[in-house]
Design a protein around this ligand. Structure first.
Ligand SMILES: C[S@@+](CC[C@H](N)C(=O)[O-])C[C@H]1O[C@@H](n2cnc3c(N)ncnc32)[C@H](O)[C@@H]1O
Length: 249
């Protein structure tokens, strides 16, 4: 299908929440957009930079809350682009890291709609960094495993080899892991991860509500329950967590 006279879709990664952590290219895309489909984890304050008259559409998928289905979002991106509009898909972090950006790109490509991507600063690395935790550190750890915790490890649809992650000797960064943290930690420690390994939970990074808790991994799930920790949160497990480097101002 020809793409002539069509609009196009730009997938824009908004960074972890503070509009200052949106890239220059991302901000430029917001400033020239005609339609913006955004999520609740995107730095919505940056939408003030959208041109007057731009259509701003909240398609946020709040867990267990109001939802716009992924199919509907794909349809909307394609329909607006086919109507000749310059469409931005604006999400938190990076669109391709647990962001379904790949599905959106494929849907646009299949529909013959031109799609480009502007990477974002992922919360997987920004949240630890803002909390003073370097995800790697020379002489301490030489790798990072970023995993989704949205399913319990024994769930039939879980594709992560948690036992391998446990003994990978990498920093483990768990996104979407609040609900099943007890099961995740039990699986990791059961597979050989030392329960004394330093860990941290970072909530609402890059926002004025940001909070950080530190505890050995063997105690972190209990802490999360007793503190009533709610998403969005990231759990970091590994020796680097004990390094208390400067935090964000
Ligand atoms: C669906 S994933 C999207 C990740 C996003 N694409 C990224 O690259 O950061 C949502 C999860 O990211 C993490 N997250 C996103 N923003 C966060 C923030 N500001 N503070 C803490 N965790 C965050 C949480 O684990 C949350 O449940």
């Amino acid at each position: 299908m020809s793409t002539t006279n069509q609009g196009h879709v730009t997938l824009v990664g908004g960074g972890p929440g503070d509009p200052d952590l949106l890239t220059v290219a991302g901000l430029r895309a917001i400033r020239t957009a005609e339609v913006i489909l955004y999520d609740h984890l995107a730095p919505v304050a940056a939408l003030e930079e959208a041109p007057e008259g731009a259509e701003l559409i909240d398609v946020g998928k709040i867990p267990r809350g109001e939802q716009t289905s992924q199919e509907k979002i794909n349809e909307m991106l394609i329909a607006y682009a086919r109507a000749g509009r310059n469409v931005v898909r604006f999400k938190g972090g990076d669109n391709y890291l647990f962001g379904r950006g790949g599905e959106e790109a494929l849907a646009c490509m299949a529909a013959g709609v031109e799609v480009t991507v502007i990477p974002g600063v992922t919360s997987a690395f920004a949240a630890p960094s803002l909390a003073g935790i370097p995800v790697t550190h020379r002489g301490v750890i030489q790798g990072v495993s970023v995993v989704s915790g949205h399913l319990p490890p024994d769930h039939p649809k879980s594709r992560t080899n948690w036992e391998a992650v446990a003994v990978s000797n990498t920093t483990i960064v768990v996104l979407m892991g609040v609900e099943y943290l007890t099961e995740i930690v039990a699986t990791l420690t059961g597979a050989g991860l030392d329960p004394a390994t330093p860990a941290a939970i970072i909530v609402d990074a890059a926002s004025p509500r940001m909070k950080v808790w530190r505890a050995p991994v063997g105690q972190i799930a209990e802490l999360a329950v007793s503190e009533g920790i709610q998403p969005p949160a990231i759990t970091v497990i590994g020796a680097v967590t004990a390094l208390e480097l400067p935090t964000s101002p």
